[in-house]
Design a protein around this ligand. Structure first.
Ligand code: NAI
Ligand code: MG
Length: 506
């Protein structure tokens, strides 16, 4: 019998009101890893009510930031202490390689340490030069937004939960988190840790379930003040519309089609490995994936030969095996989606240089694998250059001049990230400034730091996660004006309104 995980609402583990459950599948072998309560509208309502009471009446928003920070730090330590048990669960649930999940756990724990420090930041700012028209003391206070609905995807299950919970908790918000239906296990393990360290009931509620059934009611619930979402641009747009009814605050982290630009003077050794990492890390299931490789025409053949050669050496297999470079995709649906894009690329005239289908062999036969695939002869207007594929598919586009490269890179509805490879930093920075994206790496890829803001331009999203900016996304700003004149006659309105003979007639 596999284990069944319940919902986490108001500090209690409870089944769904409907009594229904669903299973999560191990993408490597198709076996069920556990069952989860199938949360719906009624469960979301209970969870939102718990978060509402915890915010309006509970201790969480009222305690000091330092105190909240201690809980957040304890959660980070708990993740680190539990990493041995979490590791195989997260690998089995998501199909991520053990090497990747080790990194995720370490990063999640560290990120919580950072958020615990953010919690004790001063939330007040003195305003200067506001002495006219009256002598006064002016300052702003950042206050927690309130109840947050947080919806996350399956590519970095635990880490996405931390990016959402961390800044919300630091700011003093309460929340309802909905993990992706494909990968709910680490969020429910996190719920156990939250209960153990004694974060007050109702502050964090976690409801597993599907997008339409649990996600949409959360977005539409009138008692929710803010929605934070990571996932597809399509659902991001829908969430923005749905949230407009209550004018909820929204942060969105959506798709990407990042350009990875190699300049003529790049160091090929680093640029080749970095580009393969940028495109194929986690089988390309990263919003920042460098899926459009822009090569200078003069060096195209030299680069392609080595890229293809190295792509062939990527080892696909059991994600629990430390020797595995690339695991399966998260689901059969995602595998089919990616294979569909590969077919489209072929049909539109791009040339498969390596890969291009499902791998063969015993190691991969029961998993949702797709071969690392590189397309040459890609035009930036093709579907495979414009749409987010979220699989191991790299489109190579050539450019003549650097201005050309910038134009191609920016010809996208997305603007999440990208990279420039060059031995000349000034040249690379100059190009970075022309790219319409939220992050540009120079001679690096995928390096996300908890101290730096992360998010997208254009249809890659709205708002920023991580860095001090993340805390701002969970606060409202209040201006407090304290009069220091003390005298009625000196008020700026005295002459016009109150002066005897000049009183406003009611
Ligand atoms: P999705 O956007 O449908 O799912 C992401 C989350 O949103 C899940 O928790 C899902 O349950 C929830 N959701 C779905 N419909 C909803 C609704 N109507 N209201 C509220 N919540 C809803 O993404 P999906 O279907 O898993 O993947 C499709 C594509 O999205 C991928 O191929 C990829 O291109 C992109 N994607 C991008 C991610 C990123 O990190 N930016 C992460 C995951 C997917
Ligand atoms: Mg979906």
């Amino acid at each position: 019998m596999t284990q069944t995980y319940n919902l986490f609402i108001n500090g209690q583990f409870v089944p769904a009101e409907s009594g229904e459950t669903f299973e999560s599948i191990n993408p490597y072998n198709g076996e069920s890893i556990a069952r989860f309560a199938r949360g719906g509208k009624a469960d979301i309502h209970k969870a939102v009510q718990a978060a509402r009471v915890a915010f309006d009446e509970g201790p969480w928003p009222r305690m000091s930031g330092e105190e909240r920070g201690q809980y957040i730090r304890a959660l980070g330590e708990k993740i680190s202490d539990s990493s041995k048990a979490l590791l195989p669960l997260e690998v089995a649930d998501s199909g991520s390689t053990i090497r990747k999940v080790q990194g995720d756990l370490w990063l999640s724990s560290n990120q919580l340490k950072y958020f615990s420090k953010l919690a004790s930041r001063t939330m007040e700012r003195q305003l200067e030069d506001l002495s006219k028209p009256g002598v006064s003391n002016n300052y702003t206070v950042r206050e927690p937004i309130g109840v947050c609905g947080q919806i996350i995807p399956w590519n970095f299950p635990l880490m996405m939960a931390i990016w959402k919970l961390g800044p919300a908790l630091a700011a003093g918000c309460t929340l309802v988190l909905k993990p992706a239906e494909e990968t709910p296990v680490s969020a429910m393990e996190l719920a156990k840790m939250i209960a153990e360290i004694g974060i007050p009931p109702g502050v964090v509620n976690i409801v597993t379930g599907f997008g339409e059934e649990a996600g949409a009611p959360l977005v539409n619930h009138p008692d929710v003040d803010k929605i934070a979402f990571t996932g597809s641009t399509e659902i991001g747009r829908k969430i923005m519309c749905d949230a407009s009814a209550g004018m909820k605050r929204v942060t969105l982290e959506c798709g990407g089609k990042s350009a990875n630009i190699i300049l003529e003077d790049a160091d090929p050794e680093i640029a080749i490995d970095g580009s393969l990492y940028g495109a194929f890390f986690h089988a390309g299931q990263c919003c920042t994936a460098g899926t459009r490789l822009l090569l200078p025409e003069s060096k195209k053949d030299e680069y392609l030969e080595r890229l293809v050669e190295k792509a062939r050496q990527i080892r696909l297999g059991d994600p629990m095996d430390k020797g595995t470079d690339m695991g399966p995709l998260v689901s059969k649906k995602q595998q089919e989606r990616v294979l569909g894009y590969i077919d489209k690329g072929k049909a539109e005239g791009a040339k498969v240089l390596v890969g291009g289908g499902r791998p063969t062999g015993a190691e991969t036969e029961n998993g949702f694998f797709v071969e690392p695939t590189i397309f040459g002869d890609v035009d930036n207007s093709m579907t495979i250059a414009q749409e987010e594929i979220f699989g191991p598919v790299l489109s190579v586009i050539t450019y003549k001049t650097e201005a050309d490269a910038v134009r191609i890179a920016n010809e996208s509805m997305y603007g999440l990230a990208g990279a420039v490879w060059s031995r000349d930093t000034d040249r690379a920075v100059n190009m970075a400034k022309q790219l319409r994206t939220g992050t540009v790496w120079i001679n690096e890829y995928h390096l996300v730091s908890e101290r730096a803001p992360f998010g997208g331009y254009k249809q890659s999203g709205l708002g920023r996660e991580l860095g001090p900016e993340s805390l701002h996304e969970y606060t409202e700003i209040k201006h407090i004006h304290v009069d220091e004149l003390g005298s009625r006659e000196k008020k700026f309105w005295y002459d016009t309104v109150v002066k005897p003979g000049n009183l406003v007639k009611s």
